[in-house]
Design a protein around this ligand. Structure first.
Ligand code: BMP
Length: 383
């Protein structure tokens, strides 16, 4: 593995680099606080199972990866429920859509149709087979989703002035220690009728607004350290972690893309030249492309700080350490240590290893620990 500063830097230090975009920075800080580089691949077929899985495993992950098109009863309510759990348990959502069409089509696939991915998933991914315009097209669609969202907020700013009219002083909140984060808006909640309900921008109270239909109590709930977050997290996290999560606040309403540079499946056609072409495309869109789906770190130039997310990860059953693992359909597995420590990947993506375990919660914790240990070994902690 080529040496690069990102391989020995902490997630926290990388969050602060000038080349790190705001969403990537948020994710790196989240990883650092929760001490988890685990992404759960929640490949289940019903909304109920998906929601239960997110509840069970949410404390152990930094990211929840979905395939919304395999959920038979997916509706906006599924997205709303996932966003609520993501907010409470502090993780981001990554829809593994693998866009691969011409620009015009991917824009529609991203923002319209049954799933309206751009509304609820902070991260999605694309193949570069069709050429670099796929990235430009998705970026434009993301920008317009963000703009519409922000316009929605502006429309509703007048609602916040009602707070004054109703005798609620915005400066009464006791959240002065929560540090501001630039330009961050929390994600919208999708309502049954498809309308967005906006909650507040926790870091800028002067602009904090609620949906006109909601009440001031919604606003204050979001500004103060969220009691439900404290309750849920205190089972797993110590008080210091909970405080840091509260200070981190909710994710910015931003969107980011991963490029598929290399797959985990046997016989894939992504040659080293193809991989390099993905890196070249990513470098020309650093503001939108957060990183790669790849089996190794692809950071080589000094300003590279791409996040490598890696599927094809399982811990071998006891007694089978060192065995080559896979399934009967071409999937190939590596251990968290091989991926994070030896190959310089940043986030392990685990599906069946956790989803099929009898105790998913405990298994997620086992993967979280293995991934974190491999990272600490990589950055030389404790040496
Ligand atoms: P599992 O851990 O159960 O093998 O699941 C892997 C997940 O990662 C699946 O959702 C699959 O679509 C995804 N994936 C992968 O396995 N290999 C890749 O190269 C890219 C993927 O997105």
């Amino acid at each position: 593995m080529a040496s690069h500063t990102t391989l020995t830097s902490t997630y926290g230090a990388r969050a602060g680099l000038p080349t790190t975009g705001p969403l990537a920075s948020y994710l790196l800080r989240l990883i650092s606080i929760k001490q988890t580089n685990l992404c759960l691949s929640a490949d289940v077929e019903t909304s109920a199972e998906l929601i239960q899985l997110a509840e069970d495993v949410g404390d152990s992950i930094c990211l929840l990866k979905t395939h919304c098109d395999i959920v038979t009863d997916w509706t906006d309510r599924t997205a709303t429920a996932l966003r609520e759990i993501a907010k409470r348990k502090s993780f981001l959502i990554f829809e593994d859509r693998k866009f691969a069409d011409i620009g015009e089509t991917v824009q529609k696939q991203y923002t319209s149709g049954h799933h309206r991915i751009a509304l609820w998933a902070e991260i999605t991914n694309a193949h570069i087979v069709p050429g670099p315009a796929i990235v430009t097209a998705l970026e434009k669609a993301a920008e317009s989703t963000i703009a519409k969202y922000n316009t929605g907020v502006h429309t509703e700013i007048s609602a916040s002035s009602c707070a004054k009219l109703n005798g609620v002083d915005e400066d009464d909140d006791e959240d002065d220690e929560v540090p501001p984060m630039d330009g961050a808006l929390e994600s919208p909640m999708l309502m049954d009728d498809g309308e967005r309900r906006l909650s507040i921008k926790p870091m800028d109270r002067k602009q904090s607004v609620v949906s006109v239909s909601t009440t001031i109590s919604t606003r204050t709930e979001s500004i103060s350290p969220r009691p439900e977050a404290l309750n849920a997290s205190s089972e797993t996290f110590d008080l210091d972690t909970v405080k840091q999560l509260v200070r981190l606040g909710e994710p910015p309403f931003l969107r980011s893309l991963l490029l598929l540079a290399e797959m985990s499946s046997a016989g894939h056609l992504m040659t080293p030249e193809y991989r390099q072409a993905s890196v070249d495309v990513a470098r020309s869109h650093r503001d939108f492309v957060m990183g790669f789906i790849a089996q190794r770190s692809l950071n080589t130039e000094p300003e590279d700080n791409f996040i490598t997310m890696t599927p094809g990860c399982q811990l071998p059953p006891p007694g089978q350490e060192g065995a080559k693992l896979g399934d009967s359909l071409g999937q190939q597995y590596n251990t968290p240590r091989k991926l994070i420590f030896e190959s310089g990947c940043d986030i392990i993506i685990v599906g069946r290893g956790i989803v099929r375990a009898p105790d998913r919660k405990a298994e997620a914790q086992r993967y979280r620990q293995a991934g974190w240990q491999a990272y600490e070994e990589r950055i030389g902690k404790g040496q």
